[in-house]
Write a protein that binds this ligand. Structure first.
Ligand code: NAP
Ligand code: GDD
Length: 330
C-alpha cells in the first residue's frame, strides 16, 4: 500500500480528473491547488473526488505555491496547470506567458527553496504544440524527443520556456524533473472549447434535436489524438523512473478534423456531415499548426507505456458520453 503524497496543479482540468483516479487507485494522498476566491469547480471536485484535499493557490503567486508545498509535503508534483487553449493564447498572450511560462519557474523555485528539493519528483506538462507542425529536421516523420521546436502560438512559446526551464532546473539543481511532451489527448472530460469535445457534444445535441448545426474554423489540420486516461498513466510512469528525462506520448497516427466529424456523425447514423457544419472565421487562428504526428518509441521502450484506446473507440466514447449527458438535461 502506497503512502506517497502527490500535489497536482490544474486539478480541475481534464487531465487532473484522470490523474486523481489513477493516483487514488494507487492509494496516494492527493492534494490539488485551486485558484480564485470562488472557483465554481471547487464544489465539483469536492463532490466527485472527496479523497482530494484542495489548497488555494495560483501559478502566478509564488508565495501561494510555497504555502501549498509546505502544507502538502509532496513526494510527487504534477504541474498540469496552464492557460491551455491555443486560440485564447493569441487573445491573451501576456497572461499566457505569465501563467503557462513563468508560472512554471515560480513552482520550480518554490520547490528549490522548500528544503525538500531532493525528495520531490516533478512532472511538467509539455506539449506537441512546441513542435509547430512541420518536422523541420526530418519532414514526413513523427516527432520524437530530438525533433526541432518551432512553436506557432503564444501558448506554444510559453510552453517551450516552461520546458527548457524545467530541464534547466534538472541540470542546475539536480531536481528530479521530467517533461512529458504529450500529443493531443481527449475524452469525455475534455473542455467544450476544444474541437473534439465541441464536435462530440454538438453531434449529441443535433441527434437529440437540440441544435441545428455546428460552427467550426479550419477543418484541415491533423492531430495525433489519443485518450487522456492512457496519457496520465505515462505521466506517472515518468516519475517512477530512477532518472528524470523527457518523453513523447503519442499514438503514432494522425487524423484530420474532417475524419473526426465523419466518425462522430456516423455514430448517430449520419453519413454526410457537411450539411451540419458551417465555417465561422472567428475560430480561425493567426497561425495554424497543420500537422501533428508523434513517435512514442522511447516511452514504449523505456517506460513500457502504450496507448490502449484507438481513434474510432475514442470518438465513439465521446459521442456516447455526450448523448447520455445531453439526454439527461432539459
Ligand atoms: P485544461 O483542462 O485546460 O486544465 C487547465 C488547468 O489549469 C485548469 O485546472 C485550470 O484551472 C488551471 N489553471 C489555469 N490557470 C491557472 C493559474 N493561474 N494557476 C493555477 N491553475 C491554473 O488542460 P488539460 O487538457 O487538462 O491539460 C493539462 C496540461 O497538459 C496543461 O498544462 C496543458 O497545456 C497540457 N497539455 C495538454 C494536452 C491535451 O491534449 N489535453 C496536450 C499536451 C499538453 P481553472 O479550472 O481554475 O481554470
Ligand atoms: N478549439 C477549436 N474550436 N479548434 C478548432 C475549431 C473550433 O471551433 N475549428 C477548427 N479547429 C482546429 C484548430 O484550429 C486546431 O487546428 C485543431 O482544431 C485542434 O484545436 P484544439 O482542439 O483547440 O486543440 P489544439 O491542438 O490547438 O491544442 C490542444 O492540444 C495541444 C497538444 O498538441 C490543447 O489541449 C493544448 O493545450 C495542447 O498542448
Amino acid at each position: 500500500m502506497s503512502n506517497r503524497i502527490a500535489l497536482i496543479t490544474g486539478i480541475t482540468g481534464q487531465d487532473g480528473g484522470h490523474l486523481i483516479e489513477l493516483l487514488h487507485s494507487k492509494k496516494y494522498k492527493i492534494y490539488g491547488i485551486i485558484r480564485g476566491q470562488q472557483n465554481p469547480k471547487k464544489q465539483l471536485i469536492e463532490k466527485e473526488f472527496p479523497c482530494v484535499e484542495l489548497i488555494e493557490a495560483d501559478l502566478i503567486d509564488q508565495s501561494s505555491l510555497i504555502r501549498a508545498l509546505e502544507l502538502s509535503k509532496p513526494d510527487e508534483v504534477y504541474n498540469l496547470a496552464a492557460i491551455s487553449h491555443v486560440g485564447y493564447s493569441f487573445k491573451n498572450p501576456e497572461l499566457t506567458g505569465q501563467v503557462t511560462g513563468l508560472g512554471v519557474l515560480n513552482l520550480l523555485e518554490a520547490i528549490r527553496l522548500s528544503g525538500r528539493k531532493d525528495k520531490i519528483r516533478f512532472y511538467q506538462a509539455s506539449t506537441s504544440e512546441m513542435f509547430g507542425g512541420l518536422n523541420y529536421n526530418r519532414p514526413g516523420e513523427g516527432y520524437d524527443e530530438n525533433a526541432l521546436f518551432h512553436p506557432r502560438s503564444p501558448y506554444g512559446v510559453a510552453k517551450l520556456y516552461a520546458h527548457w526551464i524545467t530541464k534547466n532546473y534538472r541540470e542546475s539543481y539536480g531536481i528530479h524533473a521530467s517533461c512529458g511532451i504529450l500529443f493531443n489527448h481527449e475524452g469525455p472530460r475534455r473542455g467544450l472549447e476544444f474541437v473534439t469535445r465541441k464536435i462530440s457534444n454538438a453531434v449529441a445535441r443535433i441527434h437529440l434535436g437540440k441544435q441545428e448545426y455546428i460552427e467550426l474554423g479550419n477543418l484541415d489540420p491533423k492531430r495525433d489524438w489519443g485518450y487522456a486516461g492512457d496519457y496520465v498513466e505515462g505521466m506517472w510512469l515518468m516519475l517512477q523512473q530512477d532518472k528524470p528525462d523527457d518523453y513523447v506520448l503519442a499514438t503514432g497516427e494522425t487524423h484530420s478534423i474532417k475524419d473526426f466529424l465523419e466518425l462522430a456523425f456516423k455514430e448517430v447514423g449520419v453519413n454526410d456531415w457537411k450539411p451540419y457544419v458551417k465555417q465561422n472565421k472567428a475560430f480561425l487562428r493567426p497561425a495554424e499548426v497543420d500537422l501533428l504526428l508523434g513517435n512514442p518509441a522511447k516511452a514504449e521502450k523505456v517506460l513500457g507505456w502504450k496507448r490502449k484506446v484507438d481513434f474510432p473507440s475514442l470518438v465513439k466514447m465521446m459521442v456516447k458520453h455526450d448523448i447520455n449527458l445531453e439526454s439527461k438535461k432539459n
